[in-house]
Design a binder for this molecule. Sequence first.
Ligand code: GDP
Length: 298
Amino acid sequence: SKLAAGLSKTRNNIVSGMDSIFSRFTSIDEEFFEEIEEILIMGDIGINATAKIIEELKANIKENKIKEPSQCKEMLISSIKNQMRPDENAYDFEDKKTVLLVIGVNGVGKTTSVGKLAGIYKSQGKRVLIAAADTFRAAAVEQLTEWAGRAGVEIVSGQEGSDPAAVIFDALSAAKSRNVDILICDTAGRLHNKKNLMEELRKIDRVIEREYPGATRENMVVLDGTTGQNALAQARQFKEVMDVTGIILTKLDGTAKGGIAIAIQAELGIPVKYIGIGEKIEDLQKFDSDAFVDALFS
Ligand code: GDP
């Protein structure tokens, strides 16, 4: 599948390591569990999530009186899947008017993801509008205008250096008067100045609450999957600043660190909603945790 192909780098490491364990070991002992643990940690699945997975695996083996290492593979896969629940389908916005803020540090694939999301919702027959509120980086508006063209949606943008909240204000007015279903807002990505970013996001939040009180809110953080544990740290930082409702994990096609999707969901409890597996408009997929685990482990 396209998913398995996109995840091939992560998959190769994990699958070859696991297959080697299941064929080498003749009995289920502490060393067997240690080697599985090592592969999961090397696969960026995270220390806490890995500990829980191993604990569940051990309990299942005991309960089912399993003796053969080869019989443990399916159990391991289902333990990993269990760690990733709950996995609500909050991305289907149904008929509600939605304001989707897209947040993330520069370079993670934020602009690209805004463009891809616009394409997805447009193809579902929804009325989509993009707000280019990353007024800090001049190229961001240009880049986003190109994406809007590709997706066939309209865009509202402000002057370079203008107040992002003012761009959001204009975009909200446009969204209401044009009966837009989903307003997707790109925002500036300066986490190095956490206080400023927090204030900027709070201001944007106030503007949305005041101007569009009934709208469904989604705050999605974009993370670069190639950065592994750093992505996890960034997600934690954004979670401190705001109510993060989902993660978009990009660039999984170019990395062996795809297991980070499992860590984010299991350790932070924030659902990964979309994954990026390429640079084209169709390369953003809804995240299905079971399909993801199957693509990585079998
Ligand atoms: P921003 O600074 O966060 O807005 O990042 P951009 O959207 O400009 O993306 C930075 C680079 O990452 C661009 O070259 C994108 O084409 C690339 N990119 C974004 N998403 C993906 C992805 O899922 N896979 C790959 N391979 N590249 C991506």
